[in-house]
Design a protein around this ligand. Structure first.
Ligand SMILES: Cc1cc2nc3c(=O)[nH]c(=O)nc-3n(C[C@H](O)[C@H](O)[C@H](O)COP(=O)(O)O)c2cc1C
Length: 330
């Protein structure tokens, strides 16, 4: 996810079980073949030194969870040239973005704007799939459409016909942005038309959402976006439920504070204090809509710019005993 899931975050989020693979932030392809440094910047896990350091041949987080490279663009030839470049550098999977709703991206004809014409989806997917052949999987991620859902099935079919090995569907149109609800039942319609695996995405925040999304979409797998930041233990809780049928309790504040702390320590090695604090605020902001304690800490720390007091504020004992606080139902 652009601007929020970098290599450090991927590392921290994959230390527990639950995630089968992760995807980088997008590499924006306009016309030229990009130099290796651009790929390494978006996907440090690709770099030979990093792979050596973690004793891994594969492109993966230090815990061994595969990392796929995300490409965003609209020019089939340029995307194909960069797919070959990524392959040469060792990429193990390429995910094509047809979902980005950002005005700047759409104005330049990237992301969800291609969903206005399924033929363009086909051209992009097939050019990239041909460029890498059978060597690595090419996958795609779409929304249900740009302004409406009329072309949802045609775009999904175009991705499959172009050679996508799986399709992630964010169950909203571009114009719906991130507004609830996600239309999981539309994913079922798409799934019925395709032969490749379809993965459900959008508004899966809790175990109950996971179950509902699976039931309504019929998909075996789901993709988690904002929820892994809001509740970093959600993938492990889903996995535990799948394995044992037991629902673990909602993630406590301490677990959230620990991951924020680990994130800060890692980022501080590279970045100035103020930048690290603003990154922490960004992550805490993702947590606060789903966790009352995170909301309270965000409110208390929003003006803090120094790292040490910020971290102390994360770890301070709760003012009210947790049992007396209004709880979010998970
Ligand atoms: C800050 C942010 C950045 C995102 N960046 C990307 C991206 O680079 N590529 C992509 O396919 N989707 C991106 N998305 C969309 C998410 O992957 C996901 O489809 C969407 O948030 C809905 O799923 P969720 O409710 O689980 O978050 C982004 C979403 C957010 C909020």
């Amino acid at each position: 996810m652009e601007g929020v899931i970098d290599a450090v975050t991927r590392d921290l989020l994959t230390r527990d079980e639950g995630l089968d693979w992760t995807v980088t932030e997008f590499v924006r392809v306009v016309d030229a073949r990009l130099p290796p440094r651009v790929f390494y910047k978006h996907c440090p896990e690709l770099h030979p030194e990093q792979r050596q350091a973690h004793h891994q041949d594969a492109v993966a987080t230090p815990s061994g969870v595969p990392v796929h490279l995300q490409l965003l663009g609209s020019d089939p030839e340029a995307l194909a040239a960069n797919a070959r470049q990524a392959l040469r550098l060792g990429a193990i999977g390429l995910d094509l973005n047809f979902g980005c709703p950002a005005k700047t991206v759409n104005r330049h004809d990237g992301g969800a704007s291609l969903l206005r014409d399924p033929r363009r989806v086909y051209r992009v997917v097939s050019a990239v799939a041909e460029a890498v052949g059978e060597q690595i999987p090419v996958t795609a991620k779409i929304r249900l459409g740009f302004a409406d859902r009329r072309l949802a099935l045609a775009c999904a079919q175009a991705a499959e016909d172009g050679g996508a090995r799986h399709l992630v569907v964010h169950a909203r149109t571009r114009n719906e942005g991130y507004r609830p609800p996600a239309h999981w039942e539309w994913i079922a319609r798409i799934r019925h038309c395709l032969t490749i695996p379809v993965i459900a995405n959008g508004d899966i925040w809790t175990l109950a959402d996971y179950w509902k999304a699976r039931s309504l979409s019929g998909c075996e797998d789901v993709m988690l976006g904002r929820a892994v930041l809001a509740d970093p233990a959600l993938p492990a809780r889903i996995r535990h439920w799948q394995r044992t049928g037991e629902q673990l309790p909602a993630t406590g504040w301490q677990r959230r504070a620990d991951i924020l702390d680990a994130y800060a320590q890692r980022q501080r090695k590279e970045l100035p204090e103020k930048v690290v604090v603003s990154l922490l605020k960004q992550w805490l902001n993702q947590m606060r809509g789903r966790d009352s304690e995170a909301a309270r800490r965000f409110q208390a720390l929003r003006r803090e710019t120094r790292l040490a007091p910020f971290l102390a504020g994360l770890h301070a004992a709760p003012e009210t005993p947790p049992a007396a606080m209004p709880a979010f139902v998970d």
